[in-house]
Design a protein around this ligand. Structure first.
Ligand code: COA
Ligand code: AMP
Length: 620
């Protein structure tokens, strides 16, 4: 058997032995005696008696080993025309002092800190400082509007919020403090302190008594050492979109996370100490948490932190410039970024301007990688392009081509094979094995995956574990071919993926439905050449309501309430929505029609004429 088959088999037949071996790459204050606590299924805990600190393993450990002068973070910001290197020693110093700032503001082990920052090194410092204290960070993506930020604040109840005066998009500077002010006004559990990072592009006026200046506070702070925490202590909460308007607070623990990410850096990404990894994503998403911050740092790599876009900062050659100037070995981004580059530079002419001889791999995830984009990237770059599939919930790849363990011949459209620890199955609605259907994972999930949702075991059970008892419901559908290759075809629920950003159609519907002219609505994700999917609304008006101006109103409302990333592509006023006899809106059928797919109409449809009336609108 090959190395992959051996590892995979062992991870399922003797998970304790497999993950005990992996846990030796982490430095523990008290190494775990027990590897898996399976005494209370369907809840499982990894390394329940281990004690460690994630920040120690990501930062201090490398300084202590004599690698303090190695670059930990290479910040590259075309939008501010600046670059900065943070060595491991500098990262340790700033993190220890920022931990001192947080402690001074009353943050202790287990307390939450919300981080609402753009892609600046201080975001990494803030996350690691929380980890250092055993506090729990919750990073909120900078593209979310005040209401979304407020909802996350209310759920996590942070003691402190860390923000900046602004973020910088391609065409404009976005002032963050007004967004924060609005969010704090909407929230019922506003934190007592705000740490404010002033940026010269748009300095903000701080509020006396609440706001603390990042630089002043850091200058005065006492460094704090790493606090030993239980492996099962939460490291962070990351909110993600579910099928309802209420985001889910995915919890990540310390021990399982450190072990799994360390394992993945070596065996999936084939990326090692001293090498450079660049994940072009945002720290607000799980991809950023795992492979901008924790994964590369746990492995002692250099991580590139890029504050820019694939196109427009300044052109479609930006990715090649960054990869070449920072001698990147491993690059990771979302397929949509490559579609944007291809749109602007179809032949890849910009590539000729840069030396990419160090670049060994391109990893893509966050949405389905269409074979066209895969082939384009592979042919232009001439290196392995690795499609891999995972979710906020799992924290690291469920399926991938394990480049550091045993590379497999790639198959376009497939995320290759399940990673060790993930017993992936495909089942029908009744839970019976099927050739094509819902993708589920037999419990227990491996280390690094979510142990539960923040303070909501009930919702964790209801969302993931009740549909098919003993299995985790991924929410994705697909199939496994005869050689064991997994093909992930798309969500089977109401989650959509817009430019690699995960959104809930339910959340958008809630905003649309709040408009006084709207009686009923449905939001569906429809195929888009650049962004993969975009949201589209079908609206039934209240009797007597006027459709004039509704399109613009609804588009503005979604931007204001959720953010520009959820912008509606189109609004159609319709006479009625197609439903089943029990009143369920037939979103999947409408989505199929809009995408030109031959979607079967359920036998339970209430009135086929309603759907017939929509066909032309959906197909236009
Ligand atoms: N802060 C504030 N606003 C943000 C933001 C942020 N961090 N990120 C996006 N927005 C805004 C944009 O400015 C834009 O606003 P506008 O419509 O008023 O101009 C809106 O949200 C939509 O942005 P986006 O979805 O990024 O679309 P785009 O057309 O500006 O760019 C791409 C398209 C493909 C270039 C871009 O989406 C991209 O770089 N995608 C990579 C995706 C990625 O890294 N995903 C992470 C998961 S791995
Ligand atoms: P997120 O939690 O934001 O990382 O989004 C996770 C979702 O993105 C998954 O449930 C999938 O629907 C989708 N996704 C991520 N990676 C892939 C991939 N390689 N192929 C297909 N879909 C993917």
């Amino acid at each position: 058997m090959g190395a992959y088959a051996d590892a995979y088999r062992m991870s399922l037949t003797d998970p304790s032995a497999f993950w005990r071996a992996a846990s030796r790459d982490i430095e523990w204050y008290r190494p775990p005696v027990t590897v898996l606590d399976d005494s209370a299924p369907p809840f499982y805990r990894w390394f329940p008696d281990g004690v460690l600190n994630t920040c120690f393993n990501a930062v201090d450990r490398h300084v202590r080993a004599g690698r303090g002068e190695q670059a930990a973070i290479e910040y590259d910001s075309p939008v501010t025309d600046s670059r900065r290197t943070l060595t491991y020693r500098e990262l340790q110093d700033q993190t220890a002092r920022f931990a001192g700032v947080l402690r001074h503001l009353g943050v202790d082990r287990g307390d939450r800190v919300v981080i609402y920052l753009p892609m600046v090194p201080e975001a990494v410092v803030a996350m690691l400082a929380c980890a250092r204290l055993g506090a729990v960070h919750s990073v909120v993506f900078g593209g979310f509007a005040p209401r979304e930020l407020a909802a996350r604040i209310d759920h996590a109840r942070p003691k402190v919020l860390v923000t900046a005066s602004c973020g910088i998009e391609v065409k404009r500077v976005i002032e963050y403090l007004p967004i924060v002010e609005q969010a704090l006004a909407l929230a019922t559990h506003a934190p007592h302190s705000v740490v404010l990072l002033q940026r010269p592009q748009a300095p903000a006026t701080p509020r006396a008594g609440r706001d603390v200046d990042w630089h002043d506070a850091l200058g005065e702070a006492e460094p704090v050492d790493c606090v030993p925490v239980a492996a099962t202590d939460p490291l962070y909460i990351l909110y993600t979109s579910g099928t309802t308007a209420r985001p889910k607070g995915v919890v990540r623990d310390n021990g399982g996370h450190a072990v799994a990410l360390r394992w993945s850096m070596r065996h999936v990404y084939d990326t090692h100490q001293g090498e450079t990894m660049w994940t072009a994503s945002d720290i607000g998403w799980v991809v950023g948490h795992s492979y901008i911050v924790y994964g590369p740092l746990l492995a002692g790599c250099t991580s590139v932190l890029y504050e820019g876009k694939p196109v427009g900062t300044p052109d479609a050659g930006a990715f090649w410039r960054v990869a070449s100037e920072h001698r990147v070995k491993t690059m990771f981004t979302a397929p949509t970024a490559f579609r944007a580059i291809r749109r602007d530079d179809p032949t890849g002419a910009h590539l000729d301007r840069y030396d990419l001889s160090e670049l060994r791999y391109l990893f893509l995830a966050g949405e389905r990688l269409d074979p066209d984009t895969y082939t384009w990237a592979r042919d232009r770059l001439g290196i392995p392009v690795v499609d891999h599939w995972w979710q906020t919930e799992t924290g690291w790849p469920v399926a991938a081509n394990p480049m550091g363990l045993e590379p497999h011949p790639p198959r376009p459209g497939s995320a290759t094979v399940p990673m060790p620890g993930y017993d992936v199955r495909v089942v029908d609605d009744d839970g019976q094995p099927a050739r094509e259907g819902q993708i589920v994972i037999k419990l227990p999930l491996p280390p690094g995956t979510l142990p539960t949702l923040w303070q909501d075991d009930e919702r964790y059970l209801a969302s993931y574990l009740t549909a098919h008892p003993g299995h985790y419901l991924t929410g994705d559908g697909g199939y496994v071919d005869d050689d064991g290759y997994l093909f992930v075809m798309g969500r089977t629920d109401d989650v959509i993926n817009v430019a690699g950003h995960r959104l809930s159609t339910g959340a958008i519907e809630q905003v649309v439905a709040a408009h006084p002219a709207v009686a009923e609505c449905a939001v569906i994700g429809v195929a888009d050449q650049l962004k993969g999917q975009v949201p589209r609304a079908l609206v039934v008006l209240k009797a007597g309501a006027e459709p004039n101006g509704l399109d613009a109103d609804l588009k503005a409302l979604v931007r204001e309430r959720i953010g520009g990333i959820a912008a509606l592509s189109r609004v159609d006023v319709v006479a009625a929505l197609p439903k089943t006899r029990s009143g369920k809106v037939l979103r999947k059928t409408m989505r199929g029609l809009a995408d030109g797919v031959d979607e079967p109409v359920p036998a339970t449809i209430e009135d086929p004429a309603v759907l017939d009336a929509l066909r032309a609108i959906l197909r236009s």
